[in-house]
Design a protein around this ligand. Structure first.
Ligand SMILES: *Cc1c(COP(=O)(O)O)cnc(C)c1O
Length: 369
């Protein structure tokens, strides 16, 4: 009986290294509230990523919600329907109206050419996603934001460690929000972070993630509890040490798929951009039913029958869910590219331990579906 293969598997540090640090934690008895491991991870991670300031969070969703609060975003925000639901939910939890903008086929990111037409007097910000860790057109998006006086909040949940032109992609926008969920390339069981260039903004974010406490007796804002625990911070410190090795192993998996699918009629791949140092967090293929002969769902089910659980990230579009489908901007005819891509995409398994023979088996099933 073959083992099931899932779309990803968490990368884990050495267990003895983890328990050694847990022993320190037991002795210290400080389990949370900006403990020593939390402080160490904030500074080590900022250095590792090449960003000025960073605030750790319990998860990426609460980090998104707090980030929008910290920047006092209200009214309407232009965002992408092609993402994980938490992107739009973070707007909903702030009483903000999402306005969906179509994406570009070549990178699945928000199409900057389509943003301006969606701006109204109520628009206060743009919330793009670096989908699969591929950088958005940050320059064009910033130009639009500067012209109209909008803030830019990047959902960078997929973009840990991604660089463009030798610099971290996380320095784009007013803030960038990371997720360290167990399914992400860098994980702290559950976790997240906000990256910012502004020290004062970090201070406000830190108040907001701790109930609004500025000191023992002063509550400066209606904050929430978004703090990362010390156990997660320990995991994060050990993950920093294995990230580059993990990135290289994933790159090898991606290269094996690239080689096999290159030139296959009906299967489109994303470009490997020479200016981008990626993290190989996902491996999406786009299946054109007319050209390939079989549809995306046929391939998805053929893999499932063999115990291989590829995922249709991101289908359905966020704009199809009951909470959002009634919005004017959610109409599928206004989102033709996102609608098409969501029907064609399949993310194949990719993780450090995925073996060449399993990759060959996956390739065989996809091609023979
Ligand atoms: C994973 C993810 C989130 C949410 O992060 P959590 O840490 O699970 O709360 C947000 N946006 C995107 C695009 C994601 O993939």
């Amino acid at each position: 009986m073959k083992k099931n293969i899932y779309v990803t598997q968490p990368v884990l540090p050495d267990f003895d290294d983890f328990t050694a640090l847990l022993k320190d934690l037991w002795e210290s008895k400080q389990l949370t509230n900006n403990g020593k491991f939390h402080q160490e991870l904030e500074s080590e991670m900022a250095r590792f990523l090449g960003v000025p300031h960073l605030s750790l969070f319990a998860n990426g969703t609460v980090a998104l919600i707090v980030g929008l609060q910290a920047l006092r975003i209200t009214g309407e925000v232009i965002t992408t329907p092609y993402s994980f639901v938490a992107t739009t939910h973070s707007l909903h939890w702030n009483g903000i109206r999402p306005v969906f903008c179509d994406i570009r086929e070549e990178d699945c990111n928000i199409n900057p050419e389509k943003i301006e037409a969606l701006i109204t007097p109520k628009t206060t910000a743009i919330l793009p996603v670096h989908v699969y860790g591929n950088p958005c057109d940050t320059k064009k998006i910033q130009e639009i934001a500067d012209t109209y006086g909008l803030k830019v909040i990047y959902d960078a949940a997929h973009a840990f460690g991604v660089e463009q032109g030798g610099a971290s992609i996380l320095n784009s926008g007013d803030i960038a929000v990371l997720s360290f969920h167990a399914t992400k390339t860098f994980n702290t069981f559950e976790g997240g972070a906000i990256v910012t260039k502004d020290a004062k903004l970090k201070k406000r974010i830190d108040f907001l993630k701790n109930f609004g406490f500025a000191d023992e007796v002063t509550v400066v804002a209606p904050g929430i509890n978004g703090k990362m625990s010390e156990v997660s911070a320990i995991m994060g410190l050990l993950q920093l040490g294995i990230f580059e090795e993990n990135r290289l192993k994933r790159q090898k998996v991606a290269a094996q798929y690239d080689e096999a699918f290159k030139g296959t009629e009906g299967i489109r791949l994303l470009d490997n951009r020479p200016d981008v140092k990626g993290n190989y967090s996902y491996y999406p293929v786009f299946i054109d039913e007319n050209l390939f002969g079989k549809g995306r769902d046929d391939v998805y089910h053929a893999l499932r029958r063999e115990g291989i659980f590829a995922r249709r990230y991101f289908y359905p579009l966020i704009s199809r869910f009951p909470t959002y489908r009634g919005l004017d901007s959610a109409a599928p005819d206004k989102l033709p590219v996102a609608t098409k891509v969501a029907d064609e995409v399949l993310c194949l398994p990719i993780y450090d331990q995925l073996q060449p023979e399993d990759i060959r088996r996956i390739i065989r099933i996809v091609k023979g579906a």
